[in-house]
Structures are given as structure tokens and as C-alpha cells.
Design a protein around this ligand. Structure first.
Ligand code: PLP
Length: 433
């Protein structure tokens, strides 16, 4: 029996997920349907997308950003709290490292396919200082062009059509894309509010090949305990399931809490790989640099795939990455203080408007129960239309996100307060009406 066949038809299969087919423009869909379709200036040759492309889930954030941008261009004072796009600038020392390296002709050439060894060593040093984990820079680090691509490559490297991967629900939608590209199936691990938004391990699929975890969590803003990770490692070892732990927000934790590295737990490196990024910790989202760290076999598979897909990130950016990882701990402490302050301000402003929002423990998000009886999409549509505020509907992260919206803290304090004022006004006018 195929490893996943007895799960066919289960409600937890992400079958209901729409596909990119729904997103293709009228022109593209028409070309797909009618080979002779032609418009002025366009080829009459029919150009059809692959099944792989058609099966991709819709790019949720692209749609969200597009709608907000249209409103902004029409002159609306849009406040975008829908995306986790850091609003602060990259520290000067990191920018200077890029400038210096950009002047060096060494980096104008192709660099080794697997990236700079000095950067891998910096990642290993960072793991030792940050989490007390010993990493072999040669065999246990892979350099990524942003962690997003690595989170897709792990599915491409491990999954065959028909295999199953577990994803948190709600969860970061890019996990879905890689699984779909691999032609594999997704099963949800529901993050239950009564379990502090940890996955319900009763839903664990022993026949799956891969499971994604993400703590500090996007979108719920919760952290996982060492004991929880130990239990997942136990299950994964027993069932030979690979764990992909997304630690994108590992440096952004609140109220003195600490994130936990999967690799710091006994057996973690035997079953898993961890994905980290400079995007959030050092305000470098546009630079595109991340890392996969962990089990050497998994790292080898990722590197093999990357040998075919890329020729590593620009060397000067990798040199800047070394400067980033060498930033003093105070820089990260300041970042944590900034986001914690914004979180508190947002929650206080929402409370004034009569909206009770529980505090997040980490990440750059607050996960908010919807204050009306509307669905997540309806509520967000109304807030965008009538208050010019972009919020991310919880269902953009999976079915279990219904009843919630995600608010990003990557906007100024003034914008957060103003957004809450506008939403409060909307809520009180709809109560009166
Ligand atoms: C949970 C999570 N993982 C990974 C990423 C990707 O980060 P990057 O590709 O910038 O490294 C993001 C970005 O928003 C994220 O929220």
C-alpha cells in the first residue's frame, strides 16, 4: 500500500485549497482553453502552463499587496498591516560590509555553487553562541537565497508524487507551494487554541515523509517549549518523518521568553533541518539570504538540488551576512524591545476600541480573534474598504485560521494606533447601525 493511501478522503487533506488556475488572468485562461486565441500584439501560438503551475496554490500575499497598492494609487491613506515586511533599515555596519565587498572583483565572478565557506562558519559560530549547538560548517550548513526558497526546496528534495507532508494549520503558506510543486499531498496539523496553538499531535500522520513546524509561530505569535519539541522528535524518529523547523522569528521573542532550536534538543539533528534567515533579525528582507542547518544528509540533498537551480547568492551579500551574524547582541535586544513596545501599544489601542487581543509571545505578528460575527475574509474586506487598513484574514493561513485576523507589527507606532482608531470607529458605527 502506498504510504499515504489510507488518508485519501480525510477532511484534513488540503484538497479544498484552490489552485493558481483561479488566479490566472483571463488571457492566460483563454489561451489554455483555446489554442487559437490571439489579442493585438500577442502571439497566436498557444502557450499553456504546466500542470505543476496550475496546481500551485494562489499566492495569498501577492493578491493582498496588489489590492492595497491599487487603493493607495487611487489616493487612499492605506495602512498595510497585512504583511511581515520589516519597516526598519538594515544596520549601517551590514550595509558597509556589502559596499566594501561590492568593490572587490572577487565577488563579481561566479562563487562556489554552495556559497562562501566563511559564511557557513559564521552560521556555525552563531549557532554555538545563540543556542549552544555545535555545527559542522562544512557538512551541516546550506546557504539559501532567502529561507522561503529553502522551505520549498526541502519538499522538492524529499517528496515524490503521492507522498504526504504535514503542515501546521494555520501556517505559513509557502510550505504548501513546495509540496504542491513536488506533486505531494498535504495533511494539516491543526494548531489548537486550547493547546496554546501547538499542533494537535493526535493528528500526526505516521506514514508522512515530512512535517513542517514553525516556532516562534507565524501567524499565531506563539512559542514552543523544549518538551513539545522533544515529543515531536520522538514521533519523527519512530516514524522516520523528517522535521523541517522554520526558525525565521527565532530572534524575536517577548517578555524575556526564549525560542528553542530543534537542533538543541536530543535527537533533533538526527531527524531534522532548521531554516533561519537574516530577513527579520537584521531587517534584511530585501537582501535574500537564509540558511538551512542540521542533518548532513538533508543538507547534501538541498545542496545537490541547488547545484542545479542556482549559483548561490551574490558573494557581496554573503559577506554582508557575515557582518549581520556578527552584530552585537544589543542590536537584537533593541529589535525585540521595538516590536514588544508596538505589540503593547496595539493591544492597548484595540482595547480602547473594545477589541480584546491576547498578547503574542514572539514573531512580528498578533493573532486576533475577530470582534464581530463576520468571516475572516468578510471582516478584512470591510476593514480595507471602509477603513483603508490591510489585515491578513486568518483563512489565508489555512482553514483553522477562520475566526482570526493576523496583524503585523512592521508598521510605526503612529500607524498602529491610527489603524486601531479607524477600526474602532468602524466597529462602533456598525454597532450603532
Ligand atoms: C514563517 C516564515 N518563514 C519563512 C519566511 C521567509 O523568509 P525569507 O525568505 O525572507 O528568509 C517568512 C517570511 O515572511 C516567514 O514568515
Amino acid at each position: 500500500m502506498a504510504k499515504n493511501s489510507h488518508f485519501e478522503g480525510s477532511a484534513r487533506l488540503f484538497r479544498a485549497l484552490p489552485s493558481s488556475h483561479d488566479d490566472l488572468s483571463e488571457r492566460e485562461t483563454a489561451a489554455f482553453a483555446s489554442p487559437n486565441h490571439s489579442k493585438k500584439g500577442e502571439s497566436s501560438v498557444s502557450i499553456n502552463p504546466s500542470e505543476r503551475l496550475l496546481n500551485l496554490p494562489p499566492q495569498f500575499f501577492a493578491d493582498l499587496v496588489g489590492r492595497a497598492e491599487k487603493l493607495r494609487q487611487a489616493g487612499h491613506p492605506v495602512i498595510n498591516l497585512g504583511q511581515g515586511n520589516p519597516d526598519q533599515s538594515t544596520p549601517t555596519a551590514i550595509v558597509d560590509a556589502l559596499k566594501n565587498a561590492a568593490d572587490n572583483p572577487l565577488y563579481h565572478r561566479y562563487i562556489p555553487f554552495n556559497g562562501l565557506f566563511e559564511l557557513k562558519r559564521a552560521v556555525a559560530d552563531w549557532y554555538l553562541v545563540r543556542y549552544g549547538v555545535v555545527i559542522d560548517p562544512d557538512r551541516e550548513v546550506s546557504i539559501l537565497i532567502g529561507s522561503k526558497i529553502g522551505l520549498q526546496e526541502i519538499s522538492l528534495a524529499l517528496l515524490n508524487p503521492g507522498d504526504t507532508a504535514m503542515v501546521p494549520d494555520p501556517g505559513y503558506p509557502d510550505y504548501w507551494s513546495g509540496i504542491r510543486l513536488a506533486g505531494a499531498e498535504m495533511m494539516s496539523l491543526p494548531l489548537r487554541p486550547d493547546l496554546d496553538f501547538l499542533p494537535d499531535l493526535g493528528a500526526w500522520v505516521p506514514s508522512a515523509k515530512l512535517a513542517f513546524l514553525n516556532y516562534p509561530n507565524n501567524p499565531t505569535g506563539r512559542l514552543a517549549s523544549p518538551q513539545f519539541l522533544d515529543e515531536v522528535i520522538r514521533l519523527a524518529s519512530k516514524d522516520h518523518v523528517v522535521l523541517a523547523h522554520d526558525l525565521a522569528y527565532g530572534d524575536i521573542t517577548f517578555d524575556g521568553r526564549q525560542s528553542v532550536s530543534l537542533l538543541s534538543r536530543p535527537g533533533g539533528k538526527d531527524v531534522g533541518v532548521e531554516f533561519t534567515t537574516v530577513s527579520k533579525s537584521y531587517n534584511m528582507a530585501g537582501w535574500r539570504l537564509g540558511f538551512a542547518v542540521g542533518n548532513p544528509t538533508l543538507i547534501r540533498y538541498l545542496d545537490l538540488l541547488q547545484d542545479h537551480l542556482h549559483c548561490s547568492q551574490f558573494g557581496a551579500i554573503q559577506m554582508a551576512g557575515i557582518a549581520a551574524l556578527g552584530q552585537p547582541p544589543e542590536a537584537l535586544a533593541q529589535l525585540r524591545t521595538l516590536y514588544q513596545h508596538r505589540r503593547d501599544l496595539l493591544i492597548a489601542s484595540a482595547a480602547e476600541a473594545g477589541w480584546e487581543i491576547p498578547p503574542s509571545e514572539g514573531s512580528v505578528f498578533v493573532w486576533c480573534p475577530i470582534p464581530t460575527s463576520e468571516s475572516a475574509v468578510k471582516f478584512c474586506d470591510r476593514v480595507l474598504r471602509d477603513a483603508d487598513v490591510v489585515l491578513a484574514p486568518g483563512t489565508g493561513f489555512g482553514e483553522a485560521g477562520e475566526g482570526y485576523v493576523r496583524i503585523s507589527l512592521t508598521a510605526s507606532s503612529d500607524q498602529l494606533v491610527e489603524a486601531m482608531r479607524r477600526i474602532g470607529q468602524l466597529m462602533s458605527s456598525s454597532t450603532r447601525g
